[in-house]
Design a protein. Structure first.
Lengths: 631, 663
C-alpha cells in the first residue's frame, strides 16, 4: 500500500509538472520551427452568439517567440469601441522551458485611442501590452473576454496568423442560439464540425501542426494556401439600425436606407448648380463641370463614429462645410448630379482589396465608397475624395474588381473598369549628344498613362524645389547634373502626364584600358532579379499591367567608333514580352526597347519561369556597346 | 559645445518674401483685403501656404483652485492657403497633458474661422460645433482637434485659443520657422518678479528681442508687483526644408525654450531649482527616480556574489555586471533620464525598462561592487543639441561611465550588442554631461565615438573561360558596422532569409558554406565567409571580355546629390571601407591595359579615397579604400565630399578589359 501511495503521489507531481511545461519550446515539432519566427502553441477562440444584437468572445492564445525577429508577436493589441468592451485580461510570460517568469497586472495594460492615420476622429480604442524577454525562445500567453452590443460581423479565422508563424493548435468555436442564423465561408479543405449542445448549435474549425509560410515576393496573399473561415450574421442590429446580409441585394438595401433623405441640397446650392451648368449641353459636360466644382471646393475629412462609419453626413451639411469622407463626398456629388438631372449610384468598393465575393455577402469586404454615373453611352466612375484625380479615373487600387452598386431596389454587383497594359503606358524618347570631351547632353521626354500616371502624378503636386530634389535622388544616371525639368498634365480631365528632363553628364562612358563602354539602356533598366523559390506556396501577380516604350538615340563623341554592338533580342512569355534593338549608323546608335507585362495572377509553380523571364530582361538591359578611339 | 558655437556663427539672415506691409495689429476676424493678395515668392514661390502671422502670449496668473502660479498661453495664427497641398492646415491639433495628481492643462476657448473672397466680398465660415473633437489618447495625453469648413485655394484660415497650464517648470516654447514661409512671428513672455526662467535660443536664424522691460503686474489683489516682459520677433522667415545626414531638423529651426531657474516669494528665501549644475546634480541625487534609485542596493547585494564570483579586477567586474544587465533586462525603446520606478529590484522583476531603468541599475550594481561609476546625461540626436548651460529638461537620456586606465569608458546596456565603450547611434550627439553623484560635481565631456563604422571586403576569385568567377568572399565588420550587421542578422527571420536579402542587390551571385563568426562574441571581429560562384558580371563583346572589379561593393551613386547645402553633414561616426579583390584569369586572356589608380583627398585629412589596379602574370588585384575620418562636416565641406564621391563613383566603375587570344 505504501508503495501505491507513493506512486500516486508521483503521478500527481508528474501531471503537475506537465502542466507547467506545456510551453516548453523544446517540445515544438521541427516542422513548425522551419521558416518560423514564432509558433502559436495554442489558440482558443469562442464566440457566443447570444442574440441578434449581442455576443461574447472568450479568447486565449499562447505564442512562443523563437528569435528577435519574432518580437513583434510578443504583444497583446486588441481593439475595441463603445459597442464592444474588453475585460478579464490575463497575461503571463514563460521562459524557454515553459517556466512562469512573470504574471502581468491589469495596470500593465495600456489603454489608448486608435485612430486611422487618414481620420481626424474615430471612436476606436486599443488595449495594449508588450511582453519583453532578453532570452530566446520565450512564450507569451494572454486571454480576455469581449462583449459585443450590435453585431455586424464576427471574427474570422485562419490556420496561421501571417507569414513566418506556424500553429501548433488553434480552435475557433461559434455557438449560436436556435433562433439565430449565421453563415460562413470556408477554404476548400477546411472541415466544419457542427454539434448540438442543448438547444444551441456549435460550429468548430481547427488546425493542428500547420507549418509557417515564408513571405514571398509579389504574393497576392495567403488565401489560396492555408485554411480559413469567414463568418457573418445574416440579420443584424447595430447602433439603432437593422438589416440583413442574406444577399448583396439586401446589403445594398441597408446602405440605401442609411442614405435615405441624405440627398437634399440647400436652395442656395441648387441655384449655384443651375447657374454652373446653364450653358452645358450634354450630361457629360454637366458632369465635368460638377466634378470640377467638387474638386475645387471640397476636401477630405474623415470622422467615423458608430453608425457614422456606414452612414454619410447629409448632403445639406456637406454643402455648408465643404468637407467629408468618402461616403459624404460621394453622396454629395450624387446630390449635385441629381440637381442637374443626372442619375448616379453609390458604389461600395474594396480599395486595394480583392473584389466582393458574388456568393458570400458580408461586412469586411469593402472599405471605400465611390460614385457611378451610368450615362447612355458609357458609364463613369468618380473618385470623390481626391482633389486631383482626372474625371473617371479611379486608380489601380479601385479598378478591375466586383463592387456593389446601390440602387433603389437594393444592391447590385458590378465590375469596375479594367486598365490594360496599353492604357498603363510609359513612352520615352531620349536624345544623347556627346561632345568631344566626352560630356553628354541628355534630353529625356516621357509620357505616362493611367496607372503609370498615378505612380508619377505626385511630381505634379510638389514644389519645384522638391521636384528638383526628387529628380536628383532618383535618376540613377552616373554623374548627372540636372539642367532643367518640366512636368505637365495638359488636360486635367485625362490621366496623362508628360515629363521633360535635361541632364549633363561626363560619366556615361566608363573607361577600361583604351576602350570606352556605354550602357545603352540608360534609364529604364531592370536592376535586379528576384531569387528563385523552391516550393513556392502563394499565387503571384505584378500590381498592374503595363507597357514601356523607350527609344534612345546617341550621337557619339568625335574620334570614337563602334567596335561592338549587342545583338537584337526578343523575349516572349505568358508574363509579357520584351524586345531590344540596336542600330548604328555613322556616328549614331539608336536603341529601342519595349516591355509589356500582364497583371494576371499566376499559380506558385509558375514563379521560377517568371524569374527566368526577368533574368533575361536584366541581362538584356545591361548590355554595353564598346567604343574604340579612332584618333 | 563645438556645434553650438558653429550654429551661432552661421546664423543666416532670413531672405525677403513679398513686401507685405505688416501693421502688427492682430484682431480676430479682422482681415484686410491685402491679405487675400498675399503670394509667396522667391524660393518658396510654390509654397502650399503662408503663415501670415503667428503671435503668442505667455503670462502668469494665480490659480483659484491651488492658489499657486499657473501660466496662460495664448496663440493666434493666420494662414493663407495657396494650393490644395495646404488644406491640412485647416485641421488643427492641440496636445494637453495631465499629471498623475490633479495637475493638468486645459484649453479655454478656440476661435477659428475660414475666410473666402467671393465676388469681391469676404465670406466668413466659423468653426462648427460638431467639428471639435477630443481624443483621450491615454491617461496622460489628450488631443483637441478641429476641422475648419469651406477651405479652398486662396482661403485665409485663423485660429485663436488659450491654454492654462499647471506645469510651470517648462513653459511652452516658440518655433519661429515651419515648413511653410512665415511673414511675421512674435512671442510675448511676461515672467512675474517672483520667478526666474532660463531662456534658451537655438537654431540657424537669429531671433530679435524687440522688448525687454519691467511692467506692472498684479497677481494677488492688493499686492503690487512687476513682471519682466520680453518680446521676440522674426519676420519674413523662409520655409524650413529637411536635409539628409543631420541630427534633427529642430537643431536648425529657430526656437525658444524656458526652464524654471528659481523662485523668490515675499518673505520666503530664494529657492534655487536649477540655477547651476551643482543644483541640478544635487536635485538628481535626491530624486527617487535617479540618485535614490541608484542607492537602493538590496538587489545588487543579493545578486553580486553570484555575478562576480570573487572577481576583483575593475575591467572584468565592469564587464560581468554589464553582461548581467544586458542579459536580464530588455529595453522598451523609451529614452528617459528618470527611472520608471524607485528601486532597481522592480526593473529586474519586470525584465524590461526604459534607458534610465537600465543604465541607472547598471550604475547601482557597479557602485555596490565598489566601482566608481558616473552618470552621463545626453540629449539624443532626435532630441537635438543641448544648449550647454545648466538646463535639465533638454536631456532625455542617461548612460553610465567608468574610468578604466585613465580613460572614460561609456556604457549603455540598452542593446545586447553594444560593447563596453560603445553607445548607440541615437546617443552620438557629440557631448554628454558627466556627473559624480557622490560629490555632486559635473562637467561636459566629448562623446565622439571611439569606434568607426568599418567594413572590409576580401574577394579571392578565379575567372574561367565561361566568364564565371569562382572563389571565396570574406567580410569583416567593425564598430558600428558590426553593431548594424548583428542587428540585421538577429532581426531577420532566419539565415536563409538573411542570405536572400544579402543576395538581393547582387545579381549573378550564388553562395554556399556561409559562415558568420563571433556573432555573440563582441570582443572579436565579426567575420563572414562564403564560397561563391558569380555569373552575369563578366561580359563579352566580340573578342573582348570585361568586368567591373568592384563587383557588388562599388559605390554606384553619389550619396550627396544636391546642389545646395545649408546644414552640416553629421554622420555620427567616421566611416571606413576597404575592398580587395584578387582574380586569376585564364591563359587565353590578356589584360589589354589596366585602369590608372589614384588617390583623392579631402583638405586637412578629412577623408581620402584611393584605388589601385595591379597585375602580374595571370593574376590581378584591385584595392580600394574609402576613409571618411570625421563624424561631422561643415556645410562648406559638403561640396568637397560631393566631389570626393564623384571620383569614387567614377573610378570604382572602371572596367578591366581582357582580349581573348586568337585560337
Amino acid at each position: 500500500m505504501r508503495k501505491l501511495i507513493f506512486l500516486t503521489f508521483l503521478a500527481v507531481i508528474n501531471s503537475y509538472s506537465y502542466a507547467q511545461t506545456t510551453y516548453d519550446a523544446a517540445k515544438i515539432p521541427e516542422n513548425l520551427t522551419k521558416d518560423a519566427i514564432a509558433v502559436v502553441r495554442n489558440e482558443e477562440q469562442f464566440f457566443d452568439y447570444k442574440s441578434i444584437g449581442s455576443g461574447q468572445v472568450d479568447y486565449k492564445v499562447a505564442i512562443t517567440i523563437l528569435s528577435k525577429a519574432g518580437d513583434d508577436y510578443a504583444e497583446m493589441a486588441e481593439p475595441y469601441d463603445k459597442f464592444s468592451s474588453i475585460y478579464n485580461i490575463k497575461a503571463t510570460l514563460y521562459d524557454a522551458t515553459g517556466k512562469k517568469v512573470k504574471e502581468y497586472k491589469s495596470s500593465d495594460v495600456k489603454d489608448q485611442s486608435l485612430i486611422s492615420d487618414y481620420s481626424i476622429f474615430e471612436d476606436n480604442r486599443i488595449k495594449l501590452l508588450k511582453f519583453y524577454s532578453t532570452a530566446y525562445p520565450y512564450t507569451i500567453e494572454y486571454s480576455y473576454s469581449q462583449d459585443f452590443k450590435g453585431i455586424l460581423s464576427m471574427p474570422s479565422w485562419r490556420a496561421i496568423k501571417g507569414y513566418n508563424i506556424s500553429t501548433e493548435k488553434s480552435v475557433y468555436t461559434i455557438q449560436k442560439n436556435p433562433t439565430l442564423a449565421l453563415k460562413f465561408l470556408t477554404s476548400k479543405n477546411l472541415k466544419t464540425d457542427s454539434t448540438k449542445v442543448g438547444d444551441k448549435t456549435q460550429y468548430k474549425w481547427s488546425t493542428t501542426n500547420t507549418p509557417a509560410i515564408e513571405s514571398e515576393p509579389l504574393s497576392i496573399g495567403l488565401e489560396n494556401s492555408v485554411d480559413w473561415v469567414k463568418v457573418s450574421p445574416t440579420q443584424f442590429e447595430y447602433d439603432n439600425t437593422t438589416g440583413n446580409f442574406d444577399t448583396w441585394k439586401n446589403f445594398g438595401a441597408w446602405i440605401s436606407k442609411l442614405n435615405e433623405n441624405a440627398n437634399v441640397l440647400p436652395p442656395a446650392t441648387k441655384t449655384q448648380i443651375q447657374s454652373l451648368i446653364k450653358d452645358a449641353k450634354t450630361p457629360k459636360e454637366k458632369m465635368r463641370i460638377l466634378y470640377n466644382h467638387l474638386q475645387q471646393n471640397t476636401r477630405y475629412v474623415s470622422v467615423q463614429l458608430g453608425i457614422g462609419g456606414f452612414k454619410p453626413i447629409l448632403a445639406e451639411k456637406v454643402a455648408q462645410v465643404n468637407y467629408g469622407d468618402c461616403k459624404a463626398l460621394s453622396n454629395y456629388m450624387k446630390a449635385l448630379l441629381n440637381e442637374a438631372g443626372i442619375k448616379s449610384n453609390l458604389i461600395v468598393i474594396g480599395n486595394g482589396m480583392p473584389g466582393l465575393n458574388p456568393n458570400y455577402s458580408s461586412m469586411g469586404q469593402a472599405n471605400h465608397m465611390i460614385l457611378c454615373v451610368p450615362l447612355e453611352k458609357d458609364t463613369t466612375f468618380l473618385e470623390c475624395t481626391s482633389q486631383y484625380s482626372p474625371m473617371g479615373f479611379i486608380g489601380y487600387d479601385n479598378s478591375d474588381r466586383n463592387v456593389l452598386m446601390i440602387t433603389e431596389d437594393g444592391g447590385k454587383l458590378v465590375h469596375t473598369p479594367i486598365y490594360n497594359a496599353k492604357d498603363n503606358y510609359q513612352v520615352r524618347k531620349t536624345k544623347i549628344n556627346f561632345k568631344e570631351d566626352g560630356t553628354a547632353d541628355i534630353d529625356i521626354k516621357s509620357a505616362y498613362g493611367n496607372a503609370q500616371f498615378e505612380d508619377n502624378m505626385r511630381m505634379l503636386l510638389i514644389e519645384p524645389v522638391e521636384q528638383r530634389k526628387r529628380i536628383n535622388e532618383t535618376n540613377g544616371i552616373p554623374g548627372a547634373e540636372l539642367i532643367s525639368f518640366k512636368f505637365n498634365q495638359a488636360d486635367k480631365a485625362l490621366p496623362i502626364m508628360t515629363e521633360e528632363i535635361n541632364f549633363k553628364s561626363n560619366q556615361l562612358l566608363t573607361q577600361g584600358g583604351d576602350k570606352a563602354f556605354l550602357t545603352l539602356n540608360l534609364i529604364n533598366r531592370k536592376e535586379s532579379v528576384p531569387a528563385k523559390i523552391e516550393n513556392r506556396k502563394t499565387y503571384f501577380a505584378v500590381s498592374f499591367s503595363y507597357q514601356d516604350d523607350d527609344e534612345i538615340s546617341y550621337t557619339l563623341p568625335k574620334g570614337y567608333a563602334v567596335e561592338f554592338l549587342p545583338k537584337d533580342i526578343t523575349l516572349t512569355s505568358e508574363f509579357g514580352t520584351y524586345t531590344a534593338k540596336f542600330i548604328t549608323k555613322d556616328n549614331t546608335i539608336t536603341y529601342t526597347r519595349t516591355q509589356t507585362m500582364t497583371a494576371k495572377k499566376f499559380p506558385p509553380e509558375k514563379y521560377n519561369e517568371f524569374v527566368d523571364f526577368n533574368k533575361k530582361i536584366y541581362q538584356a538591359d545591361k548590355q554595353k556597346a564598346v567604343l574604340t578611339k579612332t584618333l | 559645445m563645438k556645434i553650438k558655437a558653429l550654429l551661432l556663427l552661421l546664423g543666416i539672415s532670413a531672405c525677403h518674401l513679398i513686401g507685405y506691409a505688416q501693421k502688427k495689429e492682430f484682431k480676430f476676424g479682422k482681415i484686410t483685403p491685402e491679405e487675400f493678395q498675399i503670394k509667396a515668392s522667391g524660393k518658396d514661390s510654390a509654397a502650399a501656404a503662408i503663415k501670415i502671422f503667428d503671435v503668442g502670449n505667455c503670462y502668469f496668473e494665480i490659480s483659484p483652485s491651488s492658489g499657486g502660479f499657473v501660466y496662460v498661453y495664448e496663440r493666434h495664427i493666420r494662414y493663407k492657403v495657396l494650393n490644395k497641398n495646404g488644406y491640412d492646415l485647416a485641421n488643427y491639433k492641440i496636445g494637453l497633458y495631465k499629471g498623475s495628481n490633479s495637475a493638468k492643462e486645459d484649453l479655454y476657448g478656440m476661435d477659428a474661422a475660414t475666410y473666402n473672397m467671393v465676388d469681391g466680398k469676404m465670406v466668413t465660415s466659423k468653426l462648427n460645433r460638431d467639428a471639435k473633437f477630443t481624443e483621450e489618447f491615454n491617461k496622460k495625453y489628450t488631443y483637441k482637434k478641429f476641422a475648419l469648413p469651406n477651405v479652398k485655394e486662396g482661403s485665409i484660415l485663423e485660429f485663436k485659443y488659450t491654454i492654462k497650464s499647471d506645469f510651470i517648470f517648462n513653459l511652452r516654447g516658440w518655433s519661429f520657422q515651419s515648413d511653410i514661409p512665415t511673414l511675421y512671428t512674435e512671442y510675448n513672455v511676461k515672467i512675474p518678479q517672483y520667478l526666474t526662467y532660463k531662456t534658451n535660443f537655438s537654431g540657424y536664424l537669429s531671433v530679435n528681442r524687440t522688448k525687454h522691460e519691467s511692467v506692472n503686474a498684479t497677481y494677488v489683489n492688493g499686492l503690487n508687483s512687476t513682471a519682466t516682459y520680453d518680446q521676440y520677433v522674426l519676420e519674413n522667415v523662409p520655409a524650413l526644408k529637411d536635409e539628409a545626414y543631420i541630427t534633427t531638423l529642430d537643431d536648425y529651426r529657430p526656437m525658444l525654450d524656458f526652464e524654471l531657474q528659481g523662485t523668490q516669494f515675499p518673505s520666503e528665501p530664494y529657492k534655487d531649482y536649477n540655477g547651476n549644475w551643482t543644483k541640478i546634480i544635487s536635485g538628481l541625487v535626491e530624486d527617487e527616480n535617479f540618485g535614490q534609485f541608484v542607492n537602493k542596493n538590496s538587489y545588487a547585494k543579493s545578486v553580486l556574489p553570484t555575478i562576480l564570483k570573487g572577481e576583483k579586477d575593475t575591467l572584468a567586474v565592469t564587464k560581468l555586471i554589464f553582461d548581467y544587465i544586458k542579459n536580464n533586462v530588455k529595453w522598451n525603446d523609451e529614452h528617459s533620464i528618470y527611472a520608471s520606478g524607485t528601486n532597481p529590484k522592480t526593473v529586474f522583476e519586470k525584465k524590461s525598462g526604459n534607458s534610465a531603468d537600465i543604465n541607472l541599475s547598471l550604475i547601482s550594481l557597479l557602485k555596490e561592487a565598489k566601482i566608481n561609476a558616473y552618470a552621463v546625461l545626453i540629449s539624443t540626436r532626435d532630441n537635438g543639441a543641448h544648449p550647454g548651460f545648466p538646463v535639465i529638461s533638454k536631456f532625455n537620456n542617461v548612460v553610465a561611465c567608468v574610468i578604466i586606465n585613465n580613460k572614460n569608458v561609456l556604457i549603455d546596456a540598452t542593446d545586447k550588442d553594444l560593447q563596453l565603450g560603445m553607445i548607440s547611434y541615437d546617443n552620438l550627439n557629440h557631448q554628454g554631461f558627466l556627473m559624480d553623484l557622490s560629490t555632486t560635481k559635473g562637467s561636459w565631456i566629448p562623446i565622439e565615438p571611439t569606434f568607426t563604422n568599418e567594413k572590409n571586403f576580401n574577394y579571392v576569385l578565379a575567372l574561367d573561360k565561361e566568364n564565371k568567377l569562382t572563389g571565396k568572399i570574406i567580410q569583416y565588420s567593425k564598430g558600428y558596422a558590426a553593431l548594424n550587421l548583428r542587428d540585421k542578422y538577429r532581426t531577420t527571420n532566419n539565415e536563409t532569409e538573411f542570405l536572400k536579402n544579402y543576395k538581393k542587390d547582387k545579381p549573378g551571385l550564388e553562395l554556399s558554406n556561409y559562415k558568420i563568426d563571433n556573432l555573440d562574441n563582441l570582443d572579436e571581429m565579426l567575420t563572414e565567409s562564403m564560397d561563391v560562384v558569380i555569373e552575369d558580371n563578366v561580359e563579352e563583346a566580340g573578342n573582348l571580355v570585361y568586368f567591373t572589379p568592384l563587383l557588388f561593393e562599388r559605390t554606384k551613386e553619389n550619396m550627396f546629390k544636391h546642389e545646395e547645402r545649408l546644414f552640416p553633414v553629421d554622420f555620427a561616426y567616421p566611416i571606413k571601407e576597404n575592398y580587395r579583390i584578387t582574380v586569376t584569369f585564364p591563359e587565353e586572356y590578356e589584360v589589354e591595359k589596366l585602369p590608372k589608380g589614384g588617390i583623392f583627398k579631402l583638405p586637412d585629412n578629412k577623408g581620402v579615397f584611393s584605388i589601385q589596379f595591379l597585375g602580374e602574370g595571370k593574376t590581378l588585384m584591385v584595392k580600394s579604400t574609402i576613409d571618411i575620418t570625421k563624424s561631422f562636416y561643415t556645410p562648406e565641406d559638403y561640396f568637397d565630399l560631393k566631389e570626393l564621391f564623384k571620383s569614387i563613383v567614377q573610378k570604382q566603375a572602371e572596367q578591366i578589359v581582357f582580349k581573348k587570344k586568337a585560337e
